[in-house]
Ligand binder design. Sequence first.
Ligand SMILES: [Fe+2]
Ligand SMILES: [Fe+2]
Length: 481
Amino acid sequence: MNFMNVDYSTKIPNNVNLSEDRQVLKALEGWHPGYMDWWGDMGPEGFQQSLVYLRTAYSVDPRGWAKFDYVKMPEYRWGILLAPQEENRVIPFGENYGKPAWQEVPGEHRATLRRLIVIQGDTEPASVEQQRHLGKTAPSLYDLRNLFQVNVEEGRHLWAMVYLLQKYFGRDGREEADDLLRRRSGDADSPRMLGAFNEATPDWLSFFMFTYFTDRDGKMQLHSLAQSGFDPLSRTCRFMLTEEAHHMFVGETGISRVVQRTCEAMREAGITDPTDIAKVRALGVIDLPTIQKKLHLHYSLSLDLFGSEVSTNAANAFNAGIKGRYKETQIDDDHQLKNAIYPVLKLVDGVIKRVDEPALTALNMRLRDDYTQDCVKGLLRWNKVISTAGYQYKLTLPNVAFHRQIGEFKDIHATPEGVLIDDATWNARKSEWLPSTQDGDFIASLMKPVTEAGVYANWISPPKVGIDNKPGDFEYVKIET
Ligand SMILES: [Fe+2]
Ligand SMILES: [Fe+2]
């Protein structure tokens, strides 16, 4: 069997030789109807009979793995795709550093591995649930198509984690796989496992912020798991990352296009002060201060996904060889962190300070720092759009102490600049920093669907290039009538 190519002759496309793995095939086929029910109930609302110009993975060759075609979403070929097995791969970190990577689950790490796979798996359907209403208000067919592409791929990522659970974790793996279809984003009784995945995604600016900031947390987690000594997990995550890149592209270019349109409209109207919110909003575009508030919200929610800054769980997963660091193999050190230290931001006597901690327990902090660095790139591009348009306004990331629910700063309040404030000040001023009900209502008032090919809502610029190099008036979604 050629690992590069995907077998589409079976009901479940795959490059893991499922047709000869009867037991796992049976388990997956048993899970499939429940997945389709979930997609029907919690997947995109409407458009299920529309023809959507989607990419489907046909190979795991990084040079050409996707094919584009019109597909009805329920007929999307969700498959199991793993990056090719690297010959003689060794565990690249931890106590088992340099030993051959595991092809089966090591018994002593079974529970930890299962937990990490379930947590990752839980985020995938959650985001589909959060985004299910957005199709009705898409600003263009291009954006509608991108939303659905992200949705079907998050669905595939769920399949990827379910495959690992069913193949390697026996009965409890199968139970976990069923539970992944049972939990619901925002549900009072059985919510999704992580906070940011229970928040609403009420409008398209939120969607772009989510794909930029929250999918990027996913990217960091997948990178760390791609280092795993458990080889099937590593291979699964490596392929998922190729799809994930598009999700963040959707976020980055989406925000960029919103900023662009706002600047254009302000210039045309002769507005010199971008903080004159009433004037800017009267143009039917989203003012930069409101974009900044949304950014504050989504960045801070996403920081919470990294967990506590100092964590023995993280240290244990690293020691065990299960979850490495971002770009572990490119780091020049002992890969065991025996005597290493890492500076952690902490609250010391009411002041935010950097404190040296053992690098092993500070792994969440390190990954979060890597994440923040990765986030900055988009801000540079968006700010370039603003300055090129002639405005002196800068979008910025808030201080990590701002609006946190997890970790060192969960019990205090801080301004976006990192100045500690009391409860009363926070309550009086938080709507300066986070989207208020009025902000939400204003954005919601702009969310009117545009379904004519090549036409874009007034609050967002067209993209610079089409998907799959298609021309500007390409009909990315053929909506059934
Ligand atoms: Fe994903
Ligand atoms: Fe994603």
